[in-house]
Design a binder for this molecule. Structure first.
Ligand code: NAD
Length: 273
């Protein structure tokens, strides 16, 4: 059954003081049909108790940054979580128990942790995506297509670059690209993935999918998929100029997912790609 919202969708932002959290709060202020209703930070964060005055559809409402997620979950429609793996895993059962929709943008989950997250949120309506930008989601589609067409004749390497503070490597987006390409080529990423190279590694095998992470400065997020073949190479490149692209995607996903039947969705579902 579709939920209809005459009043704005009430959103809780987890990791409200983080780089992405702050951008998401700005994006909610600029969006229609959604209002910032709660802002959550980790226990002990220096900004706990600070006041945010909501803009846009939440105009004028005072939000106090809190660490009491359980209490705020009862008063909202959708949770937007860009925090850390441990934090997202600890919030997931609370989100499910409260029957709320969720958008989870946190990256860095191992396969087992990703499975644990899915288990917690079974029965919920939620979007799980390592990258919420439209360009990267188009890139996912094109990378799968290119791998199918170029097939076994081209060596595949994935190169990503991010700011110096990024915690996980390679990026969730690079891993997603690698999974998509491995699937298109009928390879198992556990066998084919080569994460950086050093020393006398010998000639590259045809099966390899190389994955390389660069960290420095304030790079928001660059991804290149390189297909190198006989006499030519083909590259798909995406560069994010600002976090706004991810934040806008997250807010779009939040307003979309509350109207969907319970299931896990990707950003490609949200964007209809
Ligand atoms: P950040 O370190 O700037 O922000 C994370 C925030 O989460 C911090 O303010 C931290 O205090 C808070 N936090 C930690 N534990 C918490 C808890 N238990 N409860 C509430 N808040 C808690 O990091 P960031 O650059 O904003 O990135 C956050 C996550 O989002 C990372 O995993 C990053 O890779 C991911 N990310 C995803 C996308 C995407 O499009 N999906 C885009 C950018 C970043």
């Amino acid at each position: 059954m579709e939920i209809t919202h005459a009043s704005p969708i009430k959103a809780a932002v987890l990791g409200a003081a983080g780089r992405m959290g702050q951008c998401i709060i700005e994006s909610i202020a600029a969006a229609k049909g959604i209002a910032l209703t709660a802002a959550v930070e980790r226990p002990g964060h220096p900004l706990l108790g600070s006041r945010i005055v909501a803009k846009g559809d939440g105009q004028g409402k005072e939000i106090i940054i809190t660490d009491d997620a359980q209490r705020v979950f009862s008063a909202i429609d959708v949770v937007i979580d860009f925090t850390s793996v441990e934090s997202s895993l600890s919030y997931a059962p609370l989100i499910a128990a409260a029957g709320k929709a969720a958008v989870i943008g946190t990256t860095g989950f191992s396969s087992a942790q990703s499975e644990e997250l899915r288990e917690h949120l079974r029965g919920a309506r939620w979007v799980f995506a390592p990258n919420m930008s439209i360009g990267v989601n188009l890139m996912f589609k094109l990378a799968g297509l290119a791998a199918r067409i170029l097939s076994q004749d081209f060596d595949v390497e994935i190169i990503e670059a991010h700011h110096r503070m990024k915690q996980d490597a390679p990026s969730g987006t690079a891993l997603r690209l690698a999974h998509i390409i491995a699937e298109s080529l009928g390879r198992d990423l556990d066998d084919a993935g080569v994460y950086g190279r050093k020393g006398l590694v010998g000639a590259r095998t045809l099966q390899e999918i190389g994955i390389h992470a660069i960290r420095g400065g304030d790079i928001v997020g660059d991804h290149t998929v390189l297909f190198a073949g006989p006499g030519e190479r083909f590259e798909i490149i995406h560069r994010a100029h600002s976090r706004d692209t991810f934040a806008r995607g997250a807010v779009k996903a939040a307003t979309w997912v509350v109207h969907q039947p319970p299931s896990m969705y990707t950003m490609q579902d949200v964007l209809g790609i």
